[in-house]
Ligand binder design. Structure first.
Ligand code: CTP
Ligand code: MG
Length: 223
């Protein structure tokens, strides 16, 4: 049985500043979120694509064969709403959560993440992450560097993120949804074990306008 996917697309895209929901911004002639939908459609491990959309805007999400769910105030609220919709109709063991803002996700990364969690009973989640290439410093009082972190132990976290549904549900129920920047952090806070799977550096998130240009370039190159 395939794993359901939840693509979160309910953000307003303040930093992109396009004047409308980021998920609907045009990228190579199609809405941003549709690139992710395509990748999930092509992934063999996936069965069922749910999309968390900005409240009142479901009509604008016209990709065929998706289930739209009203998103929430923060990303984690959108995930919680989506998970409720997914588990209302079935009882899957795993779920994949992905940002609509990452249009370069590939079917092979999705399938590898699902297979990786299926193969490791000791993990509650498996998340895509890339090695950090910049030196990272912690800045303390008055803008003075307090320490230089050991880069070899750092990763930059992305999506897709695959979860055991029961663990994610528990983590969302007990966690601080307003301050979490990803759901894996909620699982960690709930005592869960989160593994990482290396993602290609091209799996960028569209956050600011220049990201949109880079995404268009990378998509063209991949074709
Ligand atoms: N997201 C969501 N519901 C929210 C906030 C964010 O579903 N209430 C989704 C976004 O649509 C996006 C992903 O979470 O696909 C990652 O969030 P981010 O890149 O921060 O997108 P936005 O919140 O839309 O952008 P910004 O923070 O610049 O407003
Ligand atoms: Mg945001």
């Amino acid at each position: 049985m395939g794993v359901p996917a939840l693509i979160v697309a309910a953000g307003s895209g303040q930093r992109l500043g396009a004047g409308g929901p980021k998920a609907l911004v045009g990228l190579r002639g199609r809405p941003l979120y549709s690139w992710s939908v395509d990748a999930f459609r092509k992934a063999d491990s996936i069965d069922g694509i749910f999309v968390a959309v900005p409240p009142g805007q479901a009509d604008l999400f016209t990709e065929p064969d998706i289930v739209t769910v009203e998103g929430g105030e923060t990303r984690s609220h959108s995930v919680a709403n989506g998970l409720r919709a997914i588990t209302a109709g079935s009882s899957p063991e795993l779920v994949v959560v992905h940002d609509a803002a990452r249009p370069l996700v590939t079917p092979s990364l999705i399938d590898a993440a699902v297979a990786g969690l299926e193969a490791d009973a000791g993990l509650d989640a498996l998340i895509a992450a890339a090695p950090v290439t910049d030196t990272v410093k912690r800045v303390g009082h008055e803008g003075i560097v307090a320490e230089t972190l050991d880069r070899s132990a750092l990763v930059s976290v992305q999506t897709p993120q695959v979860f055991r549904v029961e663990m994610l549900r528990k983590a969302l129920a007990s966690g601080d949804l307003a301050s979490a920047t990803d759901d894996a952090a909620l699982v960690e806070a709930a005592g869960g074990s989160v593994g990482v799977i290396e993602a290609p550096s091209g799996n960028i998130k569209v956050t600011v306008p220049s990201d949109l240009e880079l995404a268009a370039f990378l998509l063209e190159k991949n074709q």
